[in-house]
Write a protein that binds this ligand. Sequence first.
Ligand code: SF4
Length: 81
Amino acid sequence: MSDSYQDATVTHDRENCIGCGMCALLCPRYWSMNPDDGKSDLVDAKKGKNLYQRKVVHEDIDENKAAAEACPVNVIKVHTK
Ligand code: SF4
């Protein structure tokens, strides 16, 4: 039972984002388009070595998965343990 309430980690390989806008369209509370370079930003993400990443609460996992599935270059990953 407890597994179903785990949070997830979402990562964004921003360097390879092509700025299509699908993530911001499907999951606007977590994704926004950056007017400076036309790529998307994962809201409140921290930059790791190569990827931006943040925790996502259980209720918002599906919305982020929809963004990941819609991303044409597969730069969004949703990691659930
Ligand atoms: S869906 Fe993928 S390629 Fe499109 S803006 Fe979002 S991260 Fe970038």
